[in-house]
Ligand binder design. Structure first.
Ligand SMILES: *[C@@H]1O[C@H](CO)[C@@H](O)[C@H](O)[C@H]1NC(C)=O
Ligand SMILES: *[C@@H]1O[C@H](CO)[C@@H](O)[C@H](O)[C@H]1NC(C)=O
Ligand SMILES: *[C@@H]1O[C@H](CO)[C@@H](O)[C@H](O)[C@H]1NC(C)=O
Ligand SMILES: *[C@@H]1O[C@H](CO)[C@@H](O)[C@H](O)[C@H]1NC(C)=O
Ligand SMILES: *[C@@H]1O[C@H](CO)[C@@H](O)[C@H](O)[C@H]1NC(C)=O
Ligand SMILES: *[C@@H]1O[C@H](CO)[C@@H](O)[C@H](O)[C@H]1NC(C)=O
Length: 421
C-alpha cells in the first residue's frame, strides 16, 4: 500500500549489522504465561484500565484500518479485531487529501466517512489522518504544481482542505494528524525551525515540485503549518469538538543519533507554534522500527521525548508502530517483542500519552512487504493468517501489568546484560 515514509529512510535500517541480544520478557513469567493470556482479550484489559481511570482519560490502543476493498478476504477478521482488540481506528489512506478533494474545491468525504462509521458502529474511537502532507496529494494539485501561487495555497487551498475535511467528519473524532512529515531528515544540531522545514528533502509546499529543490520556491518558510493548524482550530470551534490536533512525523527516535536533531527540530517547531497562539495539542511519534541495533529508541529516550513534550504542554502519541525483522528466528522475534513492549510502556507510563497505534493490523496487509525484497518482514502483531504472534502476547502482558497497577518493567530491549525481569 501507500508508504508513509520514504524507502531512503528505511534503507539505512536494512543495512545495519545484524546482532540480536538475548532478552527478558513478561511472557516468560508464570503470571503472564501465554496459555493464561490466550484466555483474555486486549479489549477486556483496556476496559479495566479505562474503568479504573488509570490514564485519566480513555487509553486508546489502535490500528490503521484499510478500505474494505484492500483485503476483502480479511473482512471478518478485521471486524472481529476492531471489537476484541482495538478501541481506536485510523484510516490508512481513505482520509488523505487525494481521497477527500478529488477535484479542486470538490470534496468527497465518503471513503473517509465509511471508515469513521465502521469505528463508530463498534463504539470505538476514530483518529483522522491526515490533512496536509507532501505525499498523496490529489492529482490536480500534485500534477499541476506550477498552477498555484503561495498566496492561493495559503489563503484558499490549504484552509479549504483542512476546514472542509475536519468540519465534514464531525465533532466526535478523538484526534487529527493535521500536518504530516514537514521536517528534514538531515537535521543538524542547532538548526532553526525555518531551516528544519525549508531545508527538508526539498518538499512541497516549500518547493513547487515535491523533491525538486530547483523548482520554484512556494513557501519560503514554515508558515503553512500555522495556516493548517489555525484552520483546523477554526473547524474544531465551528463543530464544537474537543478533538486534539497533532503534528505527526517519523525518525523522532528520541535520543538515538542521528535523529536526535530531528526530534529537537520538532520540539522547537511545536514550541514556536504554541507560543504564537496556534492551536496544536500534540505530536504523533511515528514508530517504524526495526529489530536492529540503533533502529529503535531505548525506553529511556522514548520517555525523554514524552517528557519534553509534556514540558511544552503537549501530548505525545505513539503512531504507526511496526517493527521489521532481519530474519525469522526466535531470537529476533523475542527482541521484536521487547521493542513493542518497551515502546508501549513509554506511552502507558507517561501521563501525556493516551494513544498507541499500530501501522497495519497483520503481516499480510503490512506496507513493509512492498519495501524490500530481502529479509522477512513480519512487522505487526498478527501473522499472515491473522494469528497472534509473540509480540502480541507481550503487548497484552504489558497492558495487563499496567492494569494491575504493576511497576514499569525495565528496558527489556536493551538485552539481559542490562535488564532482567
Ligand atoms: C465519492 O466517493 C465514493 C467512494 O470513493 C464513490 O463511490 C463516489 O462515486 C464518489 N462520489 C462522487 C460524486 O464522485
Ligand atoms: C494547470 O496546468 C495545466 C498544465 O500543466 C493546464 O492544462 C491546466 O489548465 C491548469 N489548470 C488551471 C486551473 O489553471
Ligand atoms: C539551508 O538552505 C539554505 C538555502 O539553500 C542554505 O544557504 C543554508 O546553508 C542551509 N542551512 C543548513 C543548516 O543546511
Ligand atoms: C526540477 O525543476 C526544474 C525547474 O522547474 C526543472 O527544470 C527540472 O527539470 C526539474 N528536475 C526534475 C528531476 O524534475
Ligand atoms: C500564510 O498564512 C499565515 C496565516 O495563516 C501567515 O502567518 C503567513 O505569513 C502566510 N505565509 C505566507 C508565505 O504568505
Ligand atoms: C517463520 O518461522 C516459522 C517457524 O519455523 C514458520 O512457521 C513461519 O511460516 C515463518 N514465517 C515466515 C514469514 O517466514
Amino acid at each position: 500500500m501507500h508508504p508513509t515514509f520514504t524507502v531512503l529512510a528505511f534503507s539505512a535500517v536494512v543495512q545495519a549489522a545484524s546482532f540480536t541480544p538475548e532478552v527478558s520478557l513478561l511472557t516468560d513469567l508464570p503470571q503472564f504465561h501465554i496459555q493464561k493470556l490466550q484466555k483474555t482479550t486486549v479489549r477486556s484489559v483496556l476496559k479495566t484500565i479505562n474503568d479504573k481511570k488509570l490514564k485519566g482519560t480513555t487509553f486508546l490502543f489502535g490500528s490503521t484500518l484499510a478500505d474494505p476493498s484492500v483485503a476483502p478476504q480479511n473482512a471478518a477478521w478485521t471486524s472481529a479485531r476492531f471489537e476484541d482488540t482495538f478501541n481506536l481506528a485510523v484510516a490508512e489512506n481513505n482520509c488523505k487529501w487525494f481521497s477527500n478533494e478529488p477535484a479542486q474545491g470538490v470534496f468527497n468525504l465518503t471513503a473517509c466517512e465509511d471508515l469513521r462509521d465502521f469505528a463508530f458502529q463498534r463504539g470505538i474511537a476514530f483518529r483522522g489522518h491526515n490533512t496536509l502532507w507532501h505525499n498523496q496529494r490529489p492529482d490536480w494539485l500534485a500534477n499541476n504544481p506550477l498552477n498555484f501561487t503561495v498566496s492561493q495555497l495559503n489563503r484558499t487551498i490549504i484552509p479549504n482542505a483542512v476546514q472542509s475535511v475536519i468540519e465534514g467528519l464531525g465533532k466526535n473524532l478523538v484526534s487529527w494528524d493535521v500536518v504530516n512529515e514537514a521536517l528534514t531528515d538531515s537535521a543538524t544540531p542547532g538548526m532553526s525551525v525555518t531551516e528544519c522545514v525549508v531545508n527538508a528533502s526539498s518538499r512541497w509546499p516549500n518547493f513547487a515540485i515535491d523533491g525538486n529543490a530547483s523548482s520554484p520556491v512556494l513557501f519560503p518558510d514554515e508558515s503553512f503549518l500555522n495556516t493548517a493548524f489555525l484552520n483546523a482550530g477554526r473547524a474544531r470551534k465551528i463543530i464544537g469538538s474537543r478533538l486534539q490536533l497533532f503534528y505527526n512525523d517519523y525518525n523522532g527516535r528520541g535520543g538515538d543519533s542521528p535523529s536526535q536533531s530531528k526530534t529537537d527540530c520538532a520540539l522547537k517547531m511545536l514550541g514556536q507554534l504554541k507560543s504564537s497562539g496556534v492551536p496544536v495539542d500534540g505530536m504523533g511519534i511515528q514508530s517504524h522500527y526495526s529489530a536492529t541495533p540503533g533502529a529503535f529508541p531505548s525506553k529511556g529516550s522514548a520517555h525523554t521525548t514524552m517528557d519534553r513534550l509534556k514540558s511544552l504542554g503537549l501530548m505525545g502519541a505513539i503512531t504507526e508502530m511496526d517493527c521489521w525483522l532481519p530474519d525469522n528466528t526466535t531470537a529476533s522475534l523475542r527482541w521484536q517483542s521487547s521493542i513493542f513492549g518497551d515502546i508501549l510502556d513509554s506511552c502507558l507510563f507517561s501521563s501525556n500519552c493516551n494513544e498507541f497505534i499500530l501501522w497495519d493490523p497483520r503481516d499480510d496487509e503490512s506496507w513493509l512487504d512492498t519495501q524490500t525484497s530481502t529479509g522477512v518482514h513480519m512487522g505487526t502483531l498478527f501473522d499472515l493468517n491473522g494469528d497472534p504472534k509473540l509480540p502480541y502476547f507481550e503487548v497484552l502482558a504489558r497492558l495487563m501489568n499496567f492494569a494491575q497497577g504493576g511497576v514499569e518493567p525495565c528496558s527489556t530491549s536493551s538485552g539481559t546484560s542490562v535488564c532482567v525481569l
